[in-house]
Structures are given as C-alpha cells and as structure tokens.
Ligand binder design. Sequence first.
Ligand SMILES: CC(C)(COP(=O)(O)OP(=O)(O)OC[C@H]1O[C@@H](n2cnc3c(N)ncnc32)[C@H](O)[C@@H]1OP(=O)(O)O)[C@@H](O)C(=O)NCCC(=O)NCCS
Length: 290
Amino acid sequence: MRLAPTTRSLVPANRVQHTCVQLRDADVCGALALSSIAGWNQTDEDWRLLLELSDACFGIRIDGEVVATATLVCYGRTMAWLGMVLTHPEFRRMGLARTLVAHVMEYAEKLGVRTVKLDATDEGRPLYESFGFQAEQRVERWQRRFAPRAPGSGALAVSGRVTEITNGFDPDARACGYDRKQMLGCLAASGEAVVENGGYALSRSGRLNRYIGPCAAVSPAAARSVIERTMARHPEAAWFWDLLPANVNAVALAQELGFECVRRLTRMWWGGEVRGKEEGIFAIAGLELG
Ligand SMILES: CC(C)(COP(=O)(O)OP(=O)(O)OC[C@H]1O[C@@H](n2cnc3c(N)ncnc32)[C@H](O)[C@@H]1OP(=O)(O)O)[C@@H](O)C(=O)NCCC(=O)NCCS
C-alpha cells in the first residue's frame, strides 16, 4: 500500500517554509537538549543509536540551532516507526512539527514503507490525526521510583547472549509481526541483555531512570524471569517500563514488582494495519522505536 500522496500539501502554503535537514552526530547535543526540555528520558546514547539505525533523522535549524526534530526507524518495508517529534517551546505553533512529519512521511513513501506507527502524546495526537493516523491501542509508561532491596540481590552472573537476539530471537518476531533484528542487535550491544529459552529483556541507561525494554516472552513466567534478572543487575536503580496494557499479564507483573503507571499514550498507525500479538510483548523497545 502506498502512502497518501497528500502529505506535503498538509503544510499550509501561507506558512514560512522551513528546510528539513538530516541530523548528524554534531546535532546530538542540540537534539538531546530538546528531548530533555520536554522531560523525556533519552540520553545522548539513545540519539546516537537513532542516527546509527536510520538515515531518516531530521531536524529544523533556526539561527544554526536545532529547534525541532522527527525520526523514522524502518523495519524493512513492512513497518517504520516515527518518533522524537519535538519542537522547542519557543518555536511551537509555527508549523515546524507539521513540516517535519510531512517530510518523514514523504521519505517513507519513497521507500515504499507499508505501515508507519508511532506512540503519541496527547499533545502530538491531533497532528498525527491530521495526517490520517488512527488510534490502535493504549501504551503506558510505568515507573518504579524506589529500589526495594531484597536480601542478597546483587549483580547476577548473567551474560546476555546477544547473538540469539541478532539472529532473530523467536518470541520477538512472533510477537511483533515484523523483523527488528538490527535494532535489537544495536540495543543489546550498547545496553544489556538477559536471554533465556522462553524470552529476553534488554535494558539501558536513561537520563532520568534506567529503562527496561524491549521484553518479549512466550509466557508470563518467562517474562518474569528475564525481567527479574534484569532488575537484579541494578539493585539501586529506579526504572521506566513502557508496556501495552492490552497485555494484562505485563500490567500485573509491573504492579507486583512495585511499578505504577505515570503516563498514558496512544499507539497510532498509518497505511496497512499490522497488529502484533500483545500477549507476547511485555515491554516495548521505546516510544521512538516501537
Ligand atoms: C507536539 C509538538 C511536537 C507540536 O510541535 P509544533 O511545532 O508546535 O507543531 P505545529 O506548529 O507543526 O502544529 C501542528 C499541529 O499540531 C497541533 N498542535 C500543536 N501544538 C498544539 C497544542 N499546544 N495544543 C493542541 N494542538 C496542538 C495542531 O493541530 C497543529 O495544527 P495547526 O497546523 O492547525 O496549528 C510540540 O508541542 C512538542 O514538542 N511537544 C512536546 C513533545 C511532544 O509531546 N511531542 C509529540 C510526541 S508524539
């Protein structure tokens, strides 16, 4: 399915036209400033990972400074994930986000991407709706602020078998319905992985809290095992965990492990609907990654 040919015309002609530029390593500092101002958890490592994964990380510069961004990570032609749609507070309501989203959608169109998805904040949602995105389901951010200290809980001697993930670890492809080996390999290489027969969990550092995800597993018991082992490696950490509440077992596990829901977002799709099997997804990879 092709994307609607109207994406560019969604930028009103009477607005000042801003040029979208490809973000480079030198822009990481400016991009990180934007996500930090918005109160997001990404680190410079996260931005660098996006640049490594994607040729479609765009920004708009005003007076040499990056003041707005949008990124697109492609999973083959089946799926692409739109994220990091950010505009500096001083430059909002000038059409910058609309220009960037139009640019990204045009890029996806050229690649022949079938479906574009994203996890929208309430603030971003009207923009995406105007591009024809439709709501799919809720996404929730859960947080564990404190770190309950279980006796004897320390770093466990567990080493993530990264190759199992990069070789297309079964529960992930089965749960998502598309191949994201490259992204998983990059995340596992820069963060940490716990891999067992029935599932895996990755984690990475964050600007505010450590982040757990993605986690895919064949059963709640398998998910619990890899998540508990992941957390035991960082007994002092506070955590973020983004999950799909449609997976009631993920919600129950998060509650049991002392997490609380702190934010609600909406997963949206454009193009052909590709719906994963939520019962196998215990943590998403990140709001910017899917
Ligand atoms: C959401 C955000 C990216 C919009 O950026 P922006 O550059 O101001 O957006 P634009 O000027 O291109 O506006 C695009 C549309 O978004 C909507 N919009 C933008 N700001 C809005 C607001 N404060 N309230 C309601 N709608 C808003 C409008 O529908 C607007 O349409 P218009 O062209 O008819 O005015 C910006 O407010 C932001 O960075 N927010 C914090 C981070 C965030 O939530 N990002 C979205 C992630 S999914």
